[in-house]
Write a protein that binds this ligand. Structure first.
Ligand SMILES: Cc1cc2nc3c(=O)[nH]c(=O)nc-3n(C[C@H](O)[C@H](O)[C@H](O)COP(=O)(O)O)c2cc1C
Length: 219
């Protein structure tokens, strides 16, 4: 099984609650299933470019306009999209680690999504329908925020946008460990929320460790 871990947080792990959730998740996953292959991508080490006009034309124009042939410059501008969409296509499980910033995901995560959710690579249009071109079985979100968020909170632009994006390409199994209330609510409350989110992350890791991939026969 291939797990792709995308991390969008510039802070070191000792200062970052979301990275600590990721550490707990991957430690548990390795304990429960050492055969899982994990690919780590730190977006701050290798930042995705924003989708430029040549990259947009190279990826989207052949889909919008039948017979469109990208120029060499447009094709070259799609290099990040092609490489990282292919990496996403190899994944059975995708884990996204990030803080909430301004009620949404960090811009660097959005830049990655704009590059990899690409027609002709990770999905295609079939008449009016969307056909997935990947085999992702599950999406895991590991998040931290200062404020507390109730379920379906109208201020939450983070999980809503990511859920909508992955559902658009056919991923419906989405699990979330969210350490909310990390600032401004007192140390005890922050710790309690973090502990609950850590347990949730470990429970999700247990589920992932036991997932059986289609076509794989258990011994
Ligand atoms: C630029 C910026 C914007 C933030 N915006 C929000 C926000 O909209 N809502 C919120 O609850 N917390 C917000 N926070 C607080 C962080 O989500 C919080 O500190 C969280 O613990 C960061 O995750 P980390 O510990 O993994 O780095 C913001 C922090 C920064 C630096």
């Amino acid at each position: 099984m291939n797990v792709l871990h995308i991390c969008a947080n510039p802070r070191p792990v000792q200062e970052s609650v979301s990275k600590q959730l990721a550490a707990a998740f991957f430690m548990r996953l390795a304990e429960r299933n050492p055969d899982i292959n994990v690919t780590n991508v730190d977006l701050y080490q290798s930042p995705p470019p924003f989708l430029t006009l040549p990259a947009f034309r190279g990826v989207w124009q052949p889909v919008i306009e039948a017979g469109y042939k990208p120029t060499t410059g447009e094709y070259n501008a799609t290099a990040y999209s092609r490489t990282h969409a292919e990496q996403l296509k190899q994944a059975d499980v995708v884990v996204l680690t990030m803080p909430m910033w301004n009620f949404s995901m960090p811009a660097i995560m959005k830049a990655w999504l704009d590059q990899v959710v690409a027609p002709g690579a990770t999905f295609e249009f079939e008449e009016a329908l969307i056909k997935p071109l990947h085999h992702i079985q599950k999406l895991v979100l590991l998040i931290a925020s200062a404020d507390e968020f109730k379920e379906d909170d109208a201020r939450d632009g983070l999980t809503r946008e990511i859920r909508a994006t992955f559902e658009f390409i056919g991923v419906t199994d989405i699990a979330i460990a969210w350490a909310d209330g990390q600032h401004g609510h007192g140390e005890d409350e922050a710790k309690e929320h973090k502990d609950i989110a850590t347990e949730t992350a470990q429970d999700i890791a247990d589920e992932v460790a036991e997932m059986v991939m289609p076509g794989v026969v258990e011994a």
